[in-house]
Design a protein around this ligand. Structure first.
Ligand SMILES: [Zn+2]
Length: 214
């Protein structure tokens, strides 16, 4: 098994070089993929009759327009609080918190019996879920909706551990990168990255001898 990790790093930091033909590193960016093509070609050329070559990517990429700090939105709406004088992180969540987020857009209701400072009684959970859906459906970045889709856990998870899954999973609009960071003082921001993951992938399966007699 062989993993190419460089493509991921390159696209996080230098998607801008890919997108712009005139970028100073555009050629180096494209050359990196050409080199990987050559390596894949060498592997494919060595396949015997009984061999199978499987290639896959676990996600796709697109340009990153803005980071979006989901927990900041929860704090601004009074749904997430931290104990006074402590750092904003998971261990300092205060009683009275109704929900918190983990990367990239997983929202957990602070339900009684599940977390240390549990604050939401089971009979109140649905009301919190609906409040969250209303907030995330409306929120905008630069005049555009930030969230494309909101899944309830029952829609996307099943099995014996479904109770431990996030209560809501957010899918962002193109270019919006959801972050579970708790310490951000801003709702949006831009770090060093110019590219972000997407849900797209690629898959190729090649069976047998690819060598040709010609
Ligand atoms: Zn990555």
């Amino acid at each position: 098994m062989l993993v190419f990790t460089g493509t991921d790093r390159l696209m996080h930091f230098l998607w801008s070089a890919y997108a712009d033909d005139n970028h100073q590193y555009h050629k180096q960016f494209v050359d990196h993929f050409r080199k990987i093509d050559v390596v894949i070609g060498e592997i494919a050329a060595d396949l015997g009759e009984d061999d199978t070559l499987v290639m896959m990517s676990d996600h796709g990429f697109e340009g990153l327009e803005t980071e979006f700090f989901v927990n900041r939105l929860l704090m601004d709406n009074g749904l997430l609080k931290f104990n006074p004088g402590t750092d904003a992180n998971l261990t300092n969540i205060a009683f009275g918190t109704k929900a918190f987020a983990l990367d990239p857009g997983r929202i957990f209701v602070n339900e009684k019996g599940k977390y240390p400072e549990d604050s939401v009684a089971p009979e109140d959970k649905e009301a919190v879920v609906e409040e969250l859906i209303a907030i995330f459906s409306e929120v905008e970045v630069d005049g555009k909706k930030a969230i494309k889709h909101i899944y309830r856990k029952e829609e996307i998870y099943s099995g014996p551990y479904v109770d431990e899954a996030a209560d809501l999973v957010l899918i962002a609009e193109s270019g919006v990168n959801l972050k579970g960071t708790m310490a951000s003082t801003q709702l949006t921001g831009k770090g060093p990255f110019t590219g972000k993951h997407t849900l797209d992938d690629a898959f190729l399966l090649v069976k047998g001898d690819t060598r040709r007699s010609d």
